[in-house]
Design a protein around this ligand. Sequence first.
Ligand code: ATP
Ligand code: MG
Length: 538
Amino acid sequence: MKGVIVGITGPTVTVDLTELKLYDRVKVGRAGLQGEVVRLARDHAVVQVYEETRGLGVGEPACPLGLPLSVRLGPGLMGQVYDGLQRPLPLMGETTGPFIRQGCELPSLPPGKKWFFTPLKKTGERVEAGEIFGLVRENAIAHSLFATTGGKISRIVQGEMDLQRPVVELEDGSLLYGFQDWPIRAPRPYSRKLPPTSPLITGQRILDFFFPLALGGTAIIPGGFGTGKTILEQAIAKHAAVDVVVYVGCGERGNEMAEMLEGFAALSDPWSGHPLSERTIMVANTSNMSVAAREASIYTAVTMAEYYRDMGCHVLLLADSISRWAEALREVSSALEEMPGEEGYPTYLASRLSGYFSRAGVVETINGKTGSLSMILSVSPPGGDFTEPTTQGCLRASGAFYMLDTHLAHRRHFPAINWVQSYSLYEEDVVRYFTETICPEWAALKKKALALLQKEEKLREVSEIVGAEGLQDEDHLLLRIADELRNRFLCQNSFSEDAFSTPEQTVRLMNLLLDQYEQASRRLAQGEKLDDLLKELR
Ligand SMILES: Nc1ncnc2c1ncn2[C@@H]1O[C@H](COP(=O)(O)OP(=O)(O)OP(=O)(O)O)[C@@H](O)[C@H]1O
Ligand SMILES: [Mg+2]
């Protein structure tokens, strides 16, 4: 069955094909551009095209491919840099030059690369669909290979394997390969969800101490222009204590992504000491790349993240920024002439967002392992207005809120996380965990620190009214310690040695600062002069 293009509106193309299903893949035009069916009618279908539609003409061919838009999952994902359609960008650069050629098709995983395969099944045994039939070592990860169909094994490879030849033959003639294709919009199945209770250590003091995230939790980083979203996302990508990081550069600057790639090549994971690239997969759909592929890119990324979760890994998905995804969704929706909702976004924006967030979590996998998928997504509300639909949709669906504050950023207090407005719903469980495993005083120190910061806020208000002279000596001391706390604890320069802090270092520093405060307060009460005490603190 072949058809032709009958209409083109921006990234959407109308074709005269009828026997299609929603989300089926279609190739359009002589260049063979990839797209996905987003609307069906009796005599035509509308295809959302993932590549630049420039130069495409009415009357050009349209060819259905049957399967929905999928990602190829298998060994070799780690360390790759993909575009939103899982095309490897470095390979594309080598073969077609610095610009993405329309209709370009390249293997997502290196087909000829040899892997050492350890079977977990023997000839004559049964394997079920979704079951792990063997392992391949991919950097530090024991990469599981999952059966795509079930049956009795008639042959299984030992030792060396690649992705071109079958690894298992079943008695009914079906073949199992080292890879599988998975539709990006369908969450991968698991046995059950478990509550997120263990911490995801980010290496950022303010987050780990005040607003901790749990493995399997979700957080958003909303912030106006230039408040430090990208730097914070990248710092977490470098330092988080997880097995796998999937980083999506979604509609942001291409040069930032390029700088990050260069930086990653030289850095190592602070927890394992291995090169960072060995645990990272990047999906780059920067602002100069196709809008519709940007819409798909976050799904491509989350499917890869779920795949590693199913192996029992702790996976962190970072996206910068989800607002650019929402804008892409709006662009496609308006090309489809759908009824616009608030601020022109489609009415289903909030449900799409919550559907996306619900792919995170701690799960017991089908194979009885425990894996987690955590998400930290940055949000760029236009004009820093947090009441806009994307921020609100994210806020309702996520478990932690790390609000970036323009005033703090202007004062070059980085990370500019507002400690009054930010929150984490995982706090209670995670703080209990830290108190039990790292420092018995963790919870108590946190309470004291928060009380101190709140008191500081009130004192600053008072001093604005009555002037600094109206404050008591103990108030001056408190303001001084609060300053130390801001500068030495809450601030963390990502471009210095201080960029990363273990929970032990974090709690030690807090202990030190609060100790200094208590001692100075005691001495002040005993009659020592404020000026002398303040000098000592310097
Ligand atoms: N943790 C940090 N340590 C040191 N400097 C920082 C930190 N975070 C942000 N900055 C400074 O702020 C600048 C802007 O940060 P960044 O590019 O991350 O902002 P953004 O919110 O992503 O901006 P945009 O809205 O344009 O995407 C950086 O170039 C850097 O100078
Ligand atoms: Mg940015």
